[in-house]
Design a binder for this molecule. Structure first.
Ligand code: FES
Length: 188
């Protein structure tokens, strides 16, 4: 802004996730080869504009059953041996995230600043505690409804994030990003 003063005020901010595939190529094609009703373009690795164009051409060919030399390359169901080690590493990392179940912290509501969140142990329960920007306290079940990982407070985004498979929830527990489909449960 010091270099380009005419850029004006910041009006809004957002964030997103970059989806990386195991072999570095996007996933473009039929989601379920057998039924052919759903087609996807994903795993863009930050190249959404390129894949939007490429995927539009490729999927148009797939729908009209026109042979396309890229079809196998981008097939979402492809298997590549060179992707096996990254796949294994990612899955070990997912398992590693479950270690958070063994961390304990006593109730911290008294020392939470506005906009802070923390996971604490309350009896047998893991509880996601947050003090929102208005100073109000929220208590949610910290267990991710997808596959039981524990969410963590993301101070930058003010969200509850699950590091197992990337689900993200608002500070009130609503789903922002799957694979979880259910919100975090409220605790009383
Ligand atoms: Fe949370 Fe899978 S367990 S996203």
């Amino acid at each position: 802004r010091s270099k380009i003063p005419q850029v004006g005020k910041v009006l809004t901010r957002w964030s997103g996730q970059i989806l990386e595939t195991m072999d570095g190529l996007a996933l473009i094609g039929a989601d379920q080869p057998s039924n052919g009703k759903v087609y996807l373009i994903s795993g863009d690795s930050g190249m959404g504009l390129t894949h939007g164009t490429l995927g539009g051409l490729l999927i148009a060919d797939l729908l009209s059953q026109t042979p396309n030399p890229w079809a196998k390359l981008y097939d979402p169901h492809r298997f590549r041996w060179r992707a096996f080690l990254p796949y294994l590493r990612e899955n070990l990392n997912t398992l590693w995230q479950y270690r958070n179940w063994f961390k304990t912290e006593e109730s911290a509501m008294h020392r939470l600043q506005q906009g802070d969140g923390v996971i604490v142990q309350e009896g047998l329960h893991k509880v996601a505690q947050v003090r929102d920007e208005n100073g109000e306290e929220q208590k949610l079940c910290a267990v991710c409804p997808h596959l039981g990982g524990l969410v963590q407070w993301n101070q930058g985004e003010k969200t509850w994030d699950c590091q197992c498979h990337g689900s993200r929830f608002s500070e009130k527990g609503e789903v922002i990003n799957g694979p979880a489909r259910e919100p975090l449960k409220a605790m009383v």
